[in-house]
Design a protein around this ligand. Sequence first.
Ligand code: NAD
Length: 360
Amino acid sequence: MTQTYRITLLPGDGIGPEIMSVTVDVLKELGRQENLSFEFQEALIGGAAIDATGSPLPEETLQTCRGSDSVLLAAIGGYKWDTLPRSQRPETGLLGLRAGLGLFANLRPAKVLPQLVDASSLKREVVEGVDIMVVRELTGGIYFGQPRGIFETEAGEQRGVNTMVYTPAEIDRIGKIAFETAQKRRGQLCSVDKSNVLEVSQLWRDRITALSADYPNIELSHMYVDNAAMQLVRWPKQFDTIVTGNLFGDILSDEAAMLTGSIGMLPSASLGADGPGVYEPVHGSAPDIAGQDKANPLAQVLSAAMMLRYDLDQPAAADRLEQAVLTVLDQGYRTGDIMAEGMTAVGCKGMGEVLLKALS
Ligand code: NAD
């Protein structure tokens, strides 16, 4: 029987519609081969939504997302909306989407593809074969903890205050996602904290350790964040899945991503407790190349592969899509951002066409 999935598409701004169009064509072809059917519904977000409705996240968009199995987002933002007040900016739409869908886990893979190993700024022998997943807590920790602000003491001196706070429930829910993610990968989980200095990290370590009893097949280790930052550039191949809090994850996920050296290739996922996740490239809307058929659609296509793996539980289809990406790279096709000597230059649409051929 054909399985049908309802997918909300949020093309957004800049190169968004171009990379989304390629991804939809690729998903349709994949669906034919894997006996999956996708019902796509498009909704507005970001600058496109501001122009049409005055709001960066119309209520209708949120409702459409809530009623779907998964959400594919391209990118939002552009020069045109940069001068608007914060509440009306495209980015506010993105934050509203995360809050509205309760997305507390951010999954950022950093995989060095053999064909692009020389795009990294690190030595080939250090990065060859790197395949890391950073699971970052997204809605707690020091970015949200109270009290926060710039206060004045009785002596009239200013004090800047932020509070790093995690409750056991917050740690457990991100921990579960991390253990389950490691289960879908190579079965190793490294929890990163600063428990030698921070009590909040001690609680983090205690809860993650307690959770590991439910996942006896996962090899759990702990690492202090300063050491993790160092080990990521010293010998990144030691990591499989990393789980960490909001602040440490913000920094480490960017550091891990840069091991790969190519922003047009990096997908991400944001997940909640239940309901649809949001799958999007790490890059922005690239207004400098929008509408010129120059964008690399592969980060968006790989985001769709993550959607198949994590939201739709279709690992065979995800594998097939990722394999098609490797095939076109093996065949030497490159968009401008990953172009190298001796390779064949293609635009966004051209990359879509060779991907379709690779799939069929
Ligand atoms: P950006 O990622 O859009 O672009 C940085 C550079 O990388 C540019 O030179 C761009 O041409 C290139 N690039 C990015 N994606 C590419 C792709 N797929 N193919 C080829 N080249 C690509 O970052 P920016 O320039 O700092 O931001 C531009 C706009 O995007 C801003 O309005 C920003 O707020 C927004 N933004 C949105 C998101 C998001 O939607 N999640 C993330 C970051 C930035």
